[in-house]
Design a protein around this ligand. Structure first.
Ligand SMILES: CC(C)(COP(=O)(O)OP(=O)(O)OC[C@H]1O[C@@H](n2cnc3c(N)ncnc32)[C@H](O)[C@@H]1OP(=O)(O)O)[C@@H](O)C(=O)NCCC(=O)NCCS
Length: 449
């Protein structure tokens, strides 16, 4: 084994440890689009899920089957019919859906049963459990369109699912439900996953999809100037949904977003849209700080928000002790009053517990994050991280490529969160003029992916 390997592997493995600890015992509902299976991604997704489960995460897997059902329909010379963004399931389509679901279940169970030596599945034991956990009701007739055997979730057997998870099994659900009369209904994978996540109060809902996530400007295509928004606060996601046209197909931005918002409103704190085209997307999202794809997040009771004039007193009180001991540069009341709209604050029950300010330098496509502070009694609970995320979000929203900080004592906190040290010469000209060479602050930059 080369010495270089030790130096790269050990720090890398240790850097993953906090995420392993955090997620142990948590419940994730993972919805896989049928397109992912059609694209041959099942073996690698199964490997990743087996690994995630072995690290103590309880997994409910819901598979989609849109392309598989369409293929069966084509083979029978039938056309797939949709309305209002939903399949119309006639007798033939119901047959096709049942056949496709049966076939996919075999394939999924087979993928989780592999264990050849020298493969990532060696030694893994994943017990898959399926069952009649979903009660459905018909969609019925909408605007004169009869959806026949297409259904909606009426009830989820949360106790049954939880019992299976607690017993160590992975729960596998097909997008089917049964009415109390024993009739089968074809459901949408996304609706099943969302309803299950809400009813079992999962910690995460994850969609592995054909889309890369939600762009910063969701009305425009993803590009270098319009990258994926990695973290979307619930209030912003709601705003986008109100502006976007109603989704007709899964590739429409509002399609997965509407389910994430619904789950978030139903108490699922973190909801992800990930591209299955990226190998290891699940691992990258769960065990790496910045992740990929988009996460719609409910920042507990909207505790992080932009500041207003009423917050000036609270901010002054918060930062004053850190100015006194030299951790922060002194700012006058007038300065804070003038810049109050640059500030973001964390508030609990009307008290300001944290703040940070964003000063853009648009000519250099960067911005300074200044005055990041969390009150001593509230430190270590993730508020600093929340503030950083919100500041990053604000910077991306105005089209900036990076943010930077000047610090004398908190280098490691920033480095752990993706910042890199640079020379003060890197600073935008206007900021360089104000740089205090005596204070010898370290300049750290974070690129906004
Ligand atoms: C830096 C600061 C904002 C972090 O806020 P927070 O809410 O405690 O941060 P989080 O809860 O998201 O993160 C806590 C983690 O950061 C670590 N941490 C806190 N201060 C740190 C520092 N100065 N250097 C390195 N790590 C630090 C904690 O040990 C904890 O680590 P753990 O998760 O491994 O236990 C807060 O400590 C603070 O206000 N410090 C004083 C002001 C300051 O230095 N601001 C930066 C000016 S540029």
């Amino acid at each position: 084994m080369s010495a270089v390997f030790n130096f790269t592997f050990v720090p890398w493995f240790r850097s993953v440890a906090p995420y392993i600890h955090t997620h142990r015992g948590k419940t994730f509902v993972v919805g896989i689009a049928g397109e992912a299976i059609a694209a041959g991604k099942l073996p690698s997704i199964a490997q990743d899920l087996a690994l995630i489960q072995s690290m103590g995460v309880k997994v409910v897997l819901v598979h989609g089957f849109r392309p598989q059902v369409n293929e069966q329909l084509r083979a029978k010379g039938h056309e797939a019919r949709y309305s209002h963004g939903m399949r119309i399931t006639d007798e033939v389509a119901l047959d096709c859906a049942q056949e496709a679901a049966g076939q996919l279940r075999y394939e999924i169970e087979a993928a989780f049963s592999q264990g050849l030596p020298n493969t990532p599945m060696a030694g893994s034991t994943v017990r898959i459990l399926s069952g009649n956990f979903i009660t459905a009701r018909p969609v019925g007739v909408v605007d004169g369109v009869d959806f026949q055997h297409s259904g909606l979730v009426r009830k989820v057997d949360a106790t049954g699912i939880r019992r299976a998870l607690d017993g160590g099994s992975m729960v596998l659900l097909s997008p089917f439900g049964f009415s109390p009369t024993g009739e089968a209904f074809n459901l949408a994978m996304e609706e099943v996953a969302t309803s299950v996540a809400v009813s079992i109060q999962a910690d995460k809902l994850i969609f592995l999809t054909e889309v890369p996530g939600v762009a910063m400007d969701p009305g425009q295509p993803v590009s270098e100037d319009n990258p994926i928004d990695t973290e979307l606060p619930l209030d912003v996601a709601r705003k986008w949904l109100a502006q976007l046209s109603p989704p007709q197909q899964p590739t429409d931005t509002a399609f997965y977003l509407q389910h994430c918002v619904k789950a978030c409103e139903g108490g699922v704190e973190r909801n992800h849209i990930l591209p299955f085209s990226v190998d290891g997307a699940l691992l990258l999202e769960i065990y790496v700080h910045d992740g990929i794809g988009t996460m719609v997040i409910d920042e507990k009771l909207e505790s992080v928000r932009e500041a207003g004039v009423d917050d000036i007193g609270g901010i002054l009180q918060l930062i004053e002790p850190f100015e006194r001991d030299g951790t922060l540069v002194k700012r006058s009341r007038t300065e804070i009053e003038r810049d109050i709209h640059q500030y973001t604050v964390v508030e609990h029950d009307g008290v300001i517990f944290g703040c940070a300010a964003l000063y853009p330098y648009p000519e250099a496509r960067t911005a300074e994050m200044a005055a990041l502070t969390v009150s001593p009694q509230s430190q270590g609970q993730g508020d600093g991280e929340k503030l950083l995320k919100r500041i990053e979000h604000r910077a991306r929203a105005i089209g900036l490529d990076s943010i930077f900080v000047l610090t004398t004592r908190t280098m490691h906190w920033f480095i752990k969160r993706g910042f890199q040290p640079v020379s003060p010469d890197w600073l935008p000209e206007a900021r360089k003029k104000k740089y205090n060479w005596d204070r010898k602050s370290q300049v750290l930059v974070k690129k906004l992916g």
